[in-house]
Design a protein around this ligand. Structure first.
Ligand SMILES: Nc1ncnc2c1ncn2[C@@H]1O[C@H](COP(=O)(O)OP(=O)(O)OP(=O)(O)O)[C@@H](O)[C@H]1O
Ligand SMILES: [Mg+2]
Length: 472
């Protein structure tokens, strides 16, 4: 029997109310009954579930039986001091927030309690608005930790595909397509903006294909000087041209039995394109200066971050080559179209970079995550990954805060209107250097994309980087 969709089932309403009503459990520890009782009243008024303990021993018992989410403890108490209790609680559950209260505040004590992992420190007479803010901050930490744990366990169970992280609908379509293309030997053109994971897609197709045990050879036409590209692709015999001091196999020979990945085909020099097409049609290649033909068995995957039709129209990509390379197309969606993947991706990179840098970052603060969600990520996952690595290195602590994120993320709306300020008096070269640097920063250090935005070709950019001594 079909049931009619009903968004307001009594069941879901009760659940919502129940979760809204669930109170945060707070344990208050103080040896003075009057203080305990006032605090109890006020916290109950604020909507907390409260238990009271008169000393450290009682507090420890209640921690076992009541399992509070937050502990507020006096510092000076007979027997167990607040600091000792803090140490003991932190040993049992390092992430449970403990707030210390004292009438005898000193800088030393404040420093010591923070060092021991106290959430915060507040002095008597109690500043209640401040206490309330501290409690709110503690609750927000608890919430963030829970979310990060959920994400981590989701990642452990696998929430993506191979090395791809993300469960959004557009990415699931990509995964399905990759699976079905892996069993064929057809050429595939992988499209998508810079940093969307085109190379990762190519490697994944290779790994899932029957060629997995063969080599995977990437050739990036935009990264090789034009004078060398033919010899890279076709190989050369010793003495084929000045500088050819040794014989070199070309990429078809290297990829024999495996997969050849032609990256950035939109950047491939025009004179090379018909020659490449010929080799692909014949399944045979001859080294520059060579006589013998080499018959190869290679699957070709190609990628471009440009609109291929536009590249054809502008005469940068030959149509016949395009059709030869494009039996199937896989399009990787830009990050701005799958923002729901951002929390998972963030948690994934936190894990990766914690390992790499030996850091212990647990999660992003809520507002930092919001900042990442609000940005449009022109450099896509590569830019995102760079931002996360930088944030982790800067953070050193448990959290990534908004101020660990680059300034261009911090100013809302900055990306669309991002500007550079150039003081009068600098040279045109200095201005150009600044412009290139900023564009590279904005594109997640993607030279091809930066070149496109600047209206230059990649080779020009590369030369300018050298001239201006900009490190890669
Ligand atoms: N969905 C994803 N999950 C996890 N990591 C990803 C994902 N997509 C991309 N990456 C990572 O982001 C980085 C950029 O990916 P990749 O090099 O495949 O992008 P690309 O599309 O080839 O970029 P470009 O156009 O600049 O060459 C790599 O480190 C890759 O591992
Ligand atoms: Mg790439």
């Amino acid at each position: 029997m079909m049931s009619t969709p009903n968004t307001h089932t009594p069941d879901s309403t009760t659940r919502k109310e129940a979760s809204a009503k669930r109170k945060t459990k707070v344990l208050i520890v103080d040896d003075e009954p009057a203080i305990r009782e006032v605090l109890e009243m006020i916290l109950q008024e604020w909507g907390y579930d409260v238990r009271l303990a008169a000393d450290g021993a009682e507090a420890k018992q209640l921690v076992e039986s009541y399992d509070p989410e937050i502990v507020i403890s006096d510092v000076v108490m007979p027997q167990l001091s607040g600091l000792d209790l803090l140490r003991c609680l932190k040993a049992g559950n390092p992430s449970r927030p403990v707030i210390l209260v004292t009438a005898h505040a000193s800088i030393d004590l404040a420093v010591e309690s923070m060092k021991q992992g106290a959430q915060d420190f507040i002095t008597k007479p109690m500043d209640y608005p401040k206490l309330r803010a501290i409690l709110k901050a503690a609750e927000s930490d608890i919430q963030t930790r829970q979310t990060s744990r959920k994400l981590t366990s989701q990642l452990e169970r696998g929430s993506g595909f191979g090395e791809f992280v993300g469960t959004s609908a557009p990415m699931r379509e990509v995964y399905d397509l990759i699976v079905s293309l892996s069993s064929t030997d057809a050429s595939v053109l992988i499209t998508g903006e810079s940093g969307t994971g085109k190379e990762l897609a190519a490697r994944t197709i290779h790994r899932l294909s029957k060629r997995a045990d063969g080599p995977f050879i990437p050739v990036n036409s935009s990264a090789i000087p034009e004078t060398l590209i033919e010899s890279e692709v076709f190989g050369h015999e010793k003495g084929a041209f000045t500088g050819a001091v040794v014989t070199r196999p070309g990429c078809f020979e290297l990829a024999n039995g495996g997969t050849l990945f032609l990256d950035e085909i939109g950047e491939m020099p025009l004179p090379l394109q018909p020659k490449l097409l010929r080799v692909l049609e014949d399944g045979k290649v001859r080294r520059l200066g060579g006589k013998q033909e080499f018959e190869f068995d290679v699957r070709v995957l190609a990628a471009t971050n440009q609109e291929p039709r536009q590249a054809i129209q502008e005469g940068r990509l030959r149509e016949d080559l395009y059709y030869r390379l494009t039996v199937f197309t896989v399009h990787l969606p830009p990050m701005r179209d799958r923002k729901e993947d951002i929390p998972l991706l963030a948690q994934h990179f936190i894990g990766e970079f914690n390992k790499k840098h030996g850091t212990n970052v647990e999660a992003l603060r809520e507002d930092a995550l919001e900042m990442l969600m609000a940005y449009s990520w022109p450099g896509n996952v590569r830019e995102f990954r760079n931002v996360m690595e930088r944030a982790l290195i800067l953070s050193k602590g448990e959290w990534i805060e908004t101020f660990h994120l680059p300034p261009y993320l911090r100013n809302p709306g900055a990306e669309s209107s991002s500007k550079i300020v150039l003081p009068l008096g600098i040279t045109a070269a200095e201005a150009e250097r600044e412009l290139i640097l900023k564009t590279l920063e904005k594109t997640g250090h993607n030279k091809a994309e930066a070149a496109r935005q600047l209206g230059l070709d990649v080779k020009t950019i590369r030369n300018k980087l050298k001239t201006y001594k900009i490190e890669d």
